[in-house]
Design a protein around this ligand. Structure first.
Ligand SMILES: Cc1cc2nc3c(=O)[nH]c(=O)nc-3n(C[C@H](O)[C@H](O)[C@H](O)COP(=O)(O)OP(=O)(O)OC[C@H]3O[C@@H](n4cnc5c(N)ncnc54)[C@H](O)[C@@H]3O)c2cc1C
Length: 521
């Protein structure tokens, strides 16, 4: 059972803690440190609770005990887990807190809550795991009678397993570990492992077009979805027939990535796989990031890629390969590539042979199982380190994009240069971890001093780097979605006609605009 998330930090409260002394010494030498502790939970300033008569109306739908107005619950449904979200909470600013947290039990209750929101003009924020990093959980308040967070945690059933077709129907509120545990009882697995795996939900994955660490093998979440059910102000939407259809444009795509602005997804039919019986992680050194990109492209195109294909640039490699006992030591240079195979023993052998041949041809040097095993052990630990760094005056944040292979080097260079310029002195690390025949994603992690105004410092850097990425030919977002934070650039990404299409669908499905107002469109 996953522990309830800390109110102002990432993850399990028992796993958060101060930076190790050796690490602090190193960070101090590079960026400088100072103690910047968060305020106590009791000092948080929340928006007022929902008026009692509205609580009573929602209680009529879901039961009084499933309408929560206490500060502790509302605080844990305030914003998501981006660094700006955390900085605001750490400073005690919980002005975006929902007036109430409403917890329906099934699709019909979700629909009834949506209907009440329309009738009473209450803004509704669908809340899955609360791991959004793009401001997807903050609703406009002006003009509304109140704001509720619709917590989907009680929609936690495995509804159907169809082993013959290789599909399962999962309810939206299932967290990824719970979904995997239920599927494992049938010998099945989803294979979707984003870094937010421990907390994020099935509905959240669909609503944001999430992509997991093993996407080279299992695909993005939106590729896994074959059907879905949603509650909208217009009523129930069911899209679940065949593995493929030519019955007009694919309406499922209108809900995938819609971030709660078009409807509340209550269940999805997804592709599932037999639980892997064999897992093997290997590591390679490529002479440079450019050489690594060439190698990864060939592997991606071979049709026999491993499930995990993760190439770090020179700076990220230097940190990954540094021996923890001698933090700060120089790495031997080059770039680290992790290859992780999952599946049957035979399938694994075929992919490994093909990939190994391509990597050797590209000049890769084998590094043995150590780095891959270390990565798999610590694959969900990074976000805890971010909190420890925020405690000592360091600003840490991530961002991502994707581009065609031909544009990828230019996008990488432009983003690095922009981040380096705006967060100086700072560290900029990058990796490629989602690959396609035609291109790949780029994922950046930055660390810099917080300065006097960390939020302002980050916003300035984020604006500049987003402009730089779009200018160089990258997408606004590969898997974090639009939310509020990316919205100012959406028209540049989809054009005025594209934006008008999105607005038209919003107006048709949600004519009074109660669904996640201010998010996406
Ligand atoms: C530390 C960290 C690591 C991350 N790593 C990854 C990663 O590796 N890959 C990746 O893709 N993302 C990653 N993310 C981003 C985030 O985890 C994903 O966007 C995830 O899909 C969100 O799922 P959630 O259940 O937490 O959704 P929430 O954060 O609760 O919601 C996200 C958005 O979707 C809407 N929404 C939620 N549920 C529904 C629903 N049932 N119906 C309609 N709308 C809904 C919300 O209103 C909101 O706008 C990471 C985030 C953090 C903080």
């Amino acid at each position: 059972m996953t522990r309830e998330m800390h109110w102002s930090r990432w993850g399990d409260p028992d796993r958060s803690g101060p930076l190790a002394p050796a690490a602090r010494e190193l960070v101090d030498a590079f960026l400088g440190t100072r103690d910047t502790p968060a305020l106590a939970e009791a000092e948080a300033r929340l928006a007022p609770p929902l008026p009692a008569h509205l609580c009573a109306t929602f209680a009529g739908v879901v039961g009084a005990e499933q309408v929560r107005v206490d500060d502790a619950t509302r605080l844990r449904h305030t914003r998501g887990k981006s660094t700006p979200d955390l900085l605001l909470l750490r400073s005690g600013d919980a002005g975006d807190a929902p007036g109430a947290v409403v917890r329906p039990a099934d699709h019909d209750q979700v629909q009834a809550v949506v209907d009440v929101c329309v009738r009473e003009h209450v803004a509704l924020v669908p809340f899955g795991g609360g791991t959004s990093v793009v401001g997807g959980l903050v609703a406009d308040r002006d003009g509304f009678a109140g704001v509720i967070a619709l917590d989907l945690a009680r929609l936690d059933r495995l509804v159907e397993v169809d082993p013959l077709s290789g599909t399962a129907v999962l309810e939206a509120g299932l967290r990824a570990p719970e979904a995997e545990a239920l599927l494992a009882e049938h010998g099945l697995s989803l294979g979707h492992h984003p870094q937010s795996f421990e907390y994020a939900t099935i509905g959240g994955f669909a609503a944001t077009r999430s992509s997991g660490q093993a996407s080279a093998g299992y695909g993005r979440f939106d590729e896994m979805v074959l059907g879905l059910t949603a509650a909208t102000p217009r009523g129930r939407l069911d899209l679940d027939t065949a593995p493929a259809t030519a019955a007009g444009p694919d309406l499922r795509q209108w809900l995938l990535g819609s971030e709660g602005a078009f409807g509340v997804i209550t269940s999805v039919r997804v592709t599932v796989h037999p639980l892997p019986v064999a897992v093997l992680d290997e590591a390679w050194r490529l002479p440079s990031f450019a050489a690594g990109l060439d190698a990864v492209r060939e592997v991606a195109r071979s049709g026999l890629a491993p499930a995990v294909l993760r190439l770090s640039d020179e700076t990220e490699t230097a940190l990954n390969l540094a021996d923890p006992a001698s933090v700060g030591a120089q790495s031997d240079g080059g770039c680290l590539l992790l290859t992780g195979y999952e599946g049957t023993a035979d399938g694994l052998a075929v992919r490994r042979e093909a990939t190994t041949a391509l990597l050797r041809e590209a000049g890769a040097e084998a590094l043995g199982p150590g780095p891959g095993a270390a990565w798999r052990r610590g694959r969900y630990d990074g976000p805890y380190l971010r909190d420890s760094l925020l405690d000592v005056g360091v600003l840490v944040e991530t961002l991502e994009t994707a581009a065609l292979w031909s544009r990828l080097p230019a996008v990488y260079a432009a983003a690095r240069a922009s981040l380096g310029e705006h967060l100086d002195p700072g560290l900029v690390l990058a990796h490629v971890s989602h690959v396609y025949d035609n291109g790949a994603s780029l994922y950046f992690t930055v660390a810099a001093g917080q300065g006097e105004d960390p939020l302002g410092r980050w916003r300035q850097a984020k604006t500049a780097v987003t402009d730089a990425i779009l200018e160089a030919g990258g997408t606004l977002t590969h898997h974090h979605a639009v939310g509020r934070d990316h919205k100012p650039w959406l028209e540049r990404e989809v054009g005025p006609v594209g934006l008008a299409m999105l607005r038209a669908v919003k107006a048709e499905l949600d004519p009074t605009g109660v669904l996640n107002p201010g998010v996406l469109v």
